[in-house]
Write a protein that binds this ligand. Structure first.
Ligand code: ADP
Ligand code: ZN
Length: 435
């Protein structure tokens, strides 16, 4: 299969040249951060590291890590490295103020991000001949704008659909002959099922490729989507802290994702000791933004468990490959593409006058995530009047929707009916078996 690249010189660069490029960028970046981000300067000072100590990638391990807790402490401007007048956009993940991540972008940062997504689209066979339907959510979530930017860079005719309204998605897809679909894998599967129900066969569907990410998905799910839509389905990975989707993308080999390592340097560390592990080891994925201007995180711990590989890839790209993330070191769930922490549910319950006795049950039915929260009724709220119970459930569900951005089905259950555990409470029952 002939290979196309969006930025061939970078995507197929030799290991030595890449290391040289990364080293040059890192030296500059550390200086930029040290001079402009007092929060990180303090971390470096505490560790006794000065910008002059970082002469290249081999010195990266000397730098301190950043974690989600740092993002919380520094919220909202503490990690900003450019004056706000130089920033043109923000994106954010859902969450409480405690968990919220706000990322800032200069125009150069957006250009760099668009390039990353463009590489993913071209690797999936995209060109200016394609019609690219972007069905990730637009807004604070990075998915929609990220792929939109990449699609326009490639020169595809871009359909900025955003997520939802499946009937309209199908109408545009068929009327305008969309050839590439970008969305979460669960939404792709749902669109596929809907098309099937409407009598479409894979050969009637104009799509040839899909770029799906922002949540974990299995090989089986990939096969299912490929079969119903009659396409090749490519994985894409990213996180708001680094930019959004496009940090890593899959090529025709479909065996892991090439990291755009000229922009994001990847390390695997032991999550307990912080020690950098050799290639091929399983551990926590850590990213360093080598050239982002406004929100350049150095050694950011993603909490994703992963493996890196430098094995030669048949696509000709030399960019290091990351496996599909194999789990998380924290309790974050991804439900319908949205990050959900059990602590957020707890915060809502306490605010609404309930005890934090609850259980989250997540499943996948017809490729759609179901999201239920069982909550114990408190003695003072107890009633057996069904209409009152329904109203209380509805009001709790609304409060959770405001906090999380997605709607759970809330069930109030009798006081003391949720099993107490002796050790750590079982707050989450995830039946989706995604890993
Ligand atoms: P995004 O806007 O890209 O979804 P978030 O910051 O909301 O970013 O969520 C990032 C997290 O989503 C990652 O740390 C990872 O756990 C998960 N994620 C993103 N892409 C994938 C993927 N392709 N496969 C598995 N998990 C993914
Ligand atoms: Zn490859």
């Amino acid at each position: 299969m002939p290979q196309n690249y969006f930025q061939k010189e970078i995507e197929t660069m030799s290991a030595e040249e890449m290391k040289k490029l990364q080293s040059e960028k890192l030296v500059k970046q550390v200086k930029h951060v040290y001079e402009n981000v007092p929060y990180y300067k303090n971390l470096m000072d505490e560790k006794g590291v000065k910008p002059e100590d970082i002469k290249g990638i081999d010195d990266l391990h000397k730098l301190p890590f950043l974690t989600k807790a740092d993002l919380r402490d520094a919220y909202p401007y503490g990690l900003l490295a450019k004056p706000l007048k130089d920033c043109v956009r923000i994106h954010s993940t859902s969450g409480t103020t405690g968990r919220r991540v706000v990322a800032f972008y200069t125009q150069k940062d957006i250009d760099l991000w668009d390039d990353c997504c463009a590489r993913a689209i071209v690797a999936a066979g995209g060109s200016n001949e394609d019609v690219c339907q972007v069905a990730y959510g637009y807004g604070l979530f990075t998915g929609g704008f990220g792929l939109n930017g990449g699609s326009q860079k490639v020169g595809c005719l871009t359909l900025p659909m955003s997520s939802g309204n499946t009937e309209r998605q199908i109408q545009f897809m068929t009327d305008l002959s969309a050839t590439i679909l970008c969305c979460t894998p669960s939404y792709a599967a749902y669109i596929g099922e809907t098309l099937k129900e409407q009598g479409y066969k894979p050969e009637d569907i104009p799509l040839k490729a899909g770029i799906f990410g922002a949540e974990p998905w299995t090989e089986e799910m990939r096969q299912g989507i490929q079969n119903t839509l009659g396409i090749k389905a490519y994985d894409i990975y990213g996180l708001t802290e680094t930019t959004g989707p496009g940090v890593a993308f899959e090529c025709s080999e479909q065996t892991g994702m090439h990291v755009n390592e000229d922009h994001f340097y990847a390390e695997i560390i032991d999550p307990d000791t912080g020690e950098v592990l050799p290639e091929g080891s399983k551990g926590e994925l850590v990213f360093t933004s080598l050239d982002k201007e406004a929100f350049p995180l150095l050694r950011y711990r993603t909490r994703d468990i992963c493996v890196l590989s430098r094995e030669k890839c048949s696509c000709g790209r030399t960019l290091v490959k990351m496996a599909k993330p194999m789990g998380r070191t924290d309790d974050m769930l991804i439900i319908r593409g949205v990050n959900v922490f059990p602590s957020q549910i707890e915060a809502v319950l306490l605010k609404e006058g309930y005890e934090p006795n609850y259980q989250i049950i997540v499943d996948r039915v017809n490729n759609n995530d179901t999201f239920e929260v069982n909550v114990e009724m408190t003695a003072d709220k107890f009633t057996d009047k069904v209409s009152d119970i329904l109203a209380m459930e509805k009001s709790l569900a609304n409060a959770m929707k405001i906090m999380l951005g997605i709607n759970p089905a809330v069930h109030l259950v009798a006081p003391k009916s949720i099993a107490r555990s002796e050790g750590k409470a079982v707050r989450v029952i995830d039946k989706r078996k995604l890993i």
